[in-house]
Design a protein around this ligand. Structure first.
Ligand SMILES: [Fe+2]
Ligand SMILES: [Fe+2]
Length: 331
């Protein structure tokens, strides 16, 4: 039995959106082949040990950092905040919670200025930043787009043992729950939460955490996802497709789950419902929805969650954690 995470008196930082993930990879060359040659992410900058990648509609320096390291892990999940002052707020918010907090005026990675990294009360390594190098937005550079072009970072999906506890903490941080699922006993075991106007910036899935379930990139349309499947088939790497292509119940998005060379799971995601509904789906066979369209009134709909279908749990990525005895320095 875990205890609730207290709500700090200090105001939460004003989060704009999920912005990037830093992954530790064990073979940078192989990972680069996966993310650049196969998926077509754009290289902003690279060194012997790091590759900085972005999507076609992105105007900030990167959405994904690949860093060579001995053990595959998530080094950080990063959110952009609305103003430089929000970094002070993030420091105060997490300091009050007794979390480990490290601020670097010059950032932790290339392209990012003043930033703070914390190990949040759920154990996740989270970064907040405002200052960032702007780069060319390639949204209209169609001569560069591939048939499976990844246009945005859409969301993180994280694994944590107590989803209601995690969701309450994210609500304290200013997130809104857009959808959740409860089991036969009425216990919520998955929740989708947003800051930007979409279904989610992050989702929490019940399980042995803190770990990353997947990081998701968006395409414009579902034919782009089919093109990725075709390319993977042609290159004889379709064994990296773990699930899909298919249509989700929650979010109504079209999806594909694939695994990178280290087993980090990547979702390709498109055409979700947007932020208009607040839905609770139940394994008991009903679904309740409040929506803008109904003026916030609750209405029941047909059975919303058929059966619980999952990706393998053996490919869930551990998050890098600080040890109390041997504090890890961010590289
Ligand atoms: Fe997802
Ligand atoms: Fe999904």
């Amino acid at each position: 039995m875990t205890t609730d995470i207290p709500t700090p008196k200090a105001p939460a930082p004003d989060i704009v959106r999920c912005a990037y993930m830093e992954l530790v990879v064990t073979d940078l060359k192989k990972s680069r082949e996966f993310y650049v040659d196969l998926l077509g992410l754009v290289v902003t900058e690279e060194t012997e040990t790091e590759t900085y990648l972005r999507t076609f509609e992105e105007f900030i320096h990167h959405n994904l950092v690949l860093r060579q390291g001995p053990v595959a892990a998530v080094a950080a999940l990063a959110y952009r905040v609305r103003s430089p002052e929000e970094i002070d707020r993030a420091v105060a918010f997490y300091t009050e919670l007794g979390c480990r907090v490290e601020r670097r005026k010059d950032g932790f990675v290339r392209g990012i200025g003043d930033a703070v990294r914390v190990q949040d009360p759920l154990g996740f390594p989270v970064e907040y930043f405002y200052e960032v190098e702007h780069v060319e937005r390639l949204a209209w550079r169609y001569e560069l787009h591939t048939p499976g072009a990844l246009v945005r970072l859409d969301h993180f999906n994280l694994v944590t043992p107590d989803v209601p506890r995690a969701a309450k903490h994210l609500v304290d941080l200013g997130f809104r729950v857009t959808e959740d699922i409860e089991d036969g006993e009425g216990t919520v075991y998955a929740a989708w939460m947003r800051r930007k106007p979409a279904v989610h910036d992050t989702a929490m899935t019940g399980g042995d955490g803190p770990r990353m379930h997947h990081v998701a990139f968006a395409t414009h349309e579902k034919h782009n996802i089919i093109a990725i499947c075709d390319k993977m088939g042609a290159l004889r790497v379709s064994d990296r497709i773990e699930r899909g292509p298919g249509r989700h119940g929650v979010s109504n998005a079209f999806h594909l789950y694939i695994l990178d060379p280290d087993g980090h799971r990547v979702e390709i995601y498109t055409q979700d419902t947007g932020p208009v509904t607040r839905t609770t789906r139940s394994s008991r066979g009903t679904s309740t929805t409040t929506s803008v369209a109904t003026g916030g009134a609750t209405r029941s709909s047909r059975a919303g969650t058929p059966r619980r279908r999952r990706c393998s749990t053996s490919t869930v990525t551990p998050c890098r954690r600080w040890s109390a005895r041997t504090p890890v320095r961010w590289p």
